[in-house]
Design a protein around this ligand. Structure first.
Ligand code: COI
Length: 371
């Protein structure tokens, strides 16, 4: 009988060597980790094994394990926050679990009961709660990961897997903080394509993206903007979803645009949150909120006509990241910012709306208190 993931079987072994916690101003994204991690082994024969919370430490794997050769790896990124009363809150963990299961199914790794993993992550958060920074802008980045661990070089369905969760206390993702970035539009390399896996959070989607980013960096840009196809549709920015705001000169109506989920776009939780909040809270007589294709040529021509209002990236790590310039074909498309500021008005509004929900200033179903 193959066992389902069962949080009630949790075994806990606490560290005997607790780490010294870094002050907030010394936190670098993903560089320091909490005292414990959660691990759960799976085999095709027995299903999910005993979930264990144990001291953070190295894994021991056979060098022929399929994760190392054929990229049987997927991950998630979500955050936990401490509210003003000291309660621990996870932001929309159900969305991450749903996506994690979709990623697992796509590369023949095992799926699991989302609520059971959320409960187990909650137990890990309670044990390592002292690592969750309380200050605004700071949080605990949670990294659930699943790898195929079957030993052997044959290419096939893994019959062994490991699901593990590690946690890193974090501050603002970019060293520069909430500051507008310059992007280089990349049309010589493609992040994802129709029928591919760009909508899944697979490690294999990330490694090939570094070189184009380095090339953009060598020309003085912080990130690259991914274009797709002969039309040069704007798809994503670096590792984030992309949003742009236009304002029609004739009618004055504004439009918030992001690429549609056509299989090439990561199904970002922040993306989804922004679309929901925008549809719920922006006045529909002043705003349209559209998931549609938008080309770099449209952005360039709207910049020219004064109809480009603002642009930003959206992801769990940075939440929103304002954009001030896009380099394309040797020319600079300037993206307006608020006078004297490093962001546009909607970017700031959305950052504030999301932070209020994440830190539990405004109660919502999206913010799950860990009990
Ligand atoms: C995010 O924006 O949350 C990401 O996907 C970045 C992560 C890969 C560090």
């Amino acid at each position: 009988m193959s066992s389902a993931l069962d949080s009630s079987k949790l075994k806990i072994t606490k560290t005997t060597a607790p780490k010294t916690k870094l002050p907030n101003d010394q936190l670098v994204f993903g560089q320091s980790f909490t005292d414990h991690m959660l691990t759960i082994e799976w085999t095709a024969e027995s299903g999910w094994g005993i979930p264990e919370i144990k001291p953070y430490g190295n894994l021991s794997l056979d060098p022929s394990a399929c994760v190392f050769h054929y990229a049987f790896e997927l991950f998630e990124g979500l955050k936990a926050y401490k509210d003003s009363k000291g309660k621990i809150r996870m932001f929309r963990p159900d969305m991450n679990m749903k996506r994690m299961n979709k990623s697992a199914a796509r590369i023949c790794l095992p799926t699991f009961d989302s609520e059971e993993l959320i409960k187990l992550i909650g137990e890990l958060l309670k044990i390592d709660g002292a690592f969750i920074p309380q200050e605004r802008g700071y949080s605990l980045y949670i990294r659930p990961t699943m790898i195929g661990t079957t030993a052997g070089l044959g290419v096939g369905i893994p019959d062994r897997a490991l699901l593990y969760v590690i946690c890193s206390p974090v501050g603002p993702y970019y060293k520069t903080g909430f500051k507008a970035v310059r992007l280089e539009a990349t049309d010589y390399a493609t992040r994802a394509w129709p029928g591919g896996v760009g909508d899944k959070k697979l490690g294999a989607n990330y490694a090939p993206c570094i070189k184009p980013q380095l090339e953009a960096a060598s020309r003085g840009y912080q990130q690259n903007l991914w274009l797709f196809g002969p039309e040069k549709n704007v798809t994503e920015v670096g590792t984030m979803n992309f949003f742009v705001v236009f304002q029609d000169k004739a009618t004055g109506k504004k439009e918030l645009v992001t690429a549609p989920l056509d299989g090439t776009i990561l199904e970002g939780v922040t993306r989804d949150s922004i679309l929901s909040l925008a549809r719920e809270r922006l006045n529909p007589s002043e705003w349209d909120v559209n998931e549609r294709y938008c080309t770099i040529t449209e952005i360039a021509s709207k910049a020219e006509s004064g109809e480009l209002v603002e642009a930003f990236g959206a992801g769990t790590a940075a939440v929103v990241s304002p954009i001030k310039e896009i380099g394309y074909n040797g020319t600079a498309i300037n993206v307006p910012l608020l006078p004297g500021e490093q962001f546009g008005p909607l970017t700031k509004q959305i950052a504030d709306w999301i932070a209020e929900l994440q830190y539990g200033v405004v109660e919502s179903e999206w913010s799950r208190v860990v009990n």
